[in-house]
Design a protein around this ligand. Sequence first.
Ligand code: AMP
Length: 544
Amino acid sequence: MRGLMQNHPLLISQFIEHGGTVFGNVEVVSQTVEGPIHRYTWSDVRARSRQLANALTAQGVGLGDRIATIAWTNHRHLEAYYGIAGIGAVCHTINPRLYADDLVYVLNHAEDRFVMLDLTFVPLIEAIAERLESVEGFIIMTDQEHMPSNQLPNTVCYEEFIAARAADYEWPRFDENTAANLCYTSGTTGKPKGVLYSHRSTVLHAYASCMPGNIVGGRGQCMLAVVPMFHANGWGIPYSAPMTGSKLVMPGQKLDGESLTKLMRDEGVTTTCGVPTVWLGLLDYWKEHDTSVPTVKQVGIGGAAPARSMIEEFERDFGIEILHGWGMTEMNPLGTIHTLSASERATLSPDDQLDALTTQGAPVFGVEIKVVDEDGATLPNDGKSCGELMVRGPWVCERYFKDETSAIDDEGWFGTGDIALIGEGMSMQITDRAKDVIKSGGEWISSIDLENAAMGHPDVAHAAVIGVPDEKWSERPLLIVVPAVGTEPTKEDILGCLADKVAKWWLPDDVVFEEELPVSGTGKVQKIKLREKYAPVEVKKAAG
Ligand code: AMP
């Protein structure tokens, strides 16, 4: 027997209609690329998103068309989130730190029809424009006054594009499983892979993300969206803010300690989220200037493991509650979160509380997790058995964009490539990574590309790259080299050889020499052994 309730689709346009009507006067503030702070309300965001929807529709953009954005976290990007997905098109957010070749790859693979870009990225896109196969035009996200002269074909200024369009628009109603956003991840080997979120996955994720204990917004709250909008839908904050009536502050590209402190102070920020590297800069600034921002009550840290000392400083020195989240692009992105419950705060010693917060926490409602051994057998949640972390739920990827094969097993589990253990209360701790990549400052570095580049040196017989803990960047690459027989290469020789083959920020911080690398029965380098030697992880007591 079916239930007799309305089968109303869950659609992204509902966020902005809700925010615009119920919280119409609540402010949305952004640091613009042009310089000044821009200030308006959720009602204005709604009006301008509808104008964009009308403008895109007039260009013939409709259901399923992909529109790329290459932009910082700012008000026009927010309007793009709503204007594009709201009409049933797909908002393809692009990470501007991708290599030129990968940028070309993702734009062509996605078959984007238009590219909406911030002023900052005009030169980046000019350099690759000729190689783009599907793009019909470029919308530069600025006003007429700041419109640059440029080499891009068929450009229009965003403000002009939407100016003459009506602020009335009836958002179409369609199946909630329709694609809404496309985000490529480089967190695996090979070419970037497209994760195609649906309206349903995005709305359900937003509900879960702002439940008590998670990234809570609400009336009277002010959320600072430090995590970029090109990182997995900005962790859902652009949606949960209008959903809950939060004021939203968007910092643009200025994520240094001084700029964030000023914005937090000027706008009365209460809650914020970002990667550890950004928080390190903020804490350094606060300590150096003997300052802090007392309105900030909650800081979410995710994307990489935060150091215990970072959690300690926020919690003890500044009285700020830490939310430690784990997730991935493939999960819209939130998977687990650790916030201390009232009973943990009452019963655990201060040190045990900090230990607990270094672990990645329990799944949010909607996500299931388990760990499996190398044969895929489920391991006990005993706080000590480590295996690959598997996840399933309504906002977990089923397959990558344009991929023929499914990314999940017969029972719907998706392998995360993270190694973890699960303890009491399903509290999870990441202990290692099976996927062969390094995450530095929240961005991926391919160890395989680095190894291949190193092996291009005539004196290198074998090379392996692993990530080692780094206070500022979370991880940095370490290159381990077995010299060719009869040679004695130096660190400088090898780094010099890599310099013109990889991005500067990918260059290993150090090179160490070994007589041989540990190899498994199948001939694969056992990186786990190298990590045990060079980057040991301390396994915490599983926190409940
Ligand atoms: P991304 O798809 O770029 O969001 O990266 C997801 C990956 O980042 C995960 O699979 C983990 O390897 C890593 N990651 C995310 N959050 C954490 C965390 N809190 N602790 C440790 N690793 C994390």
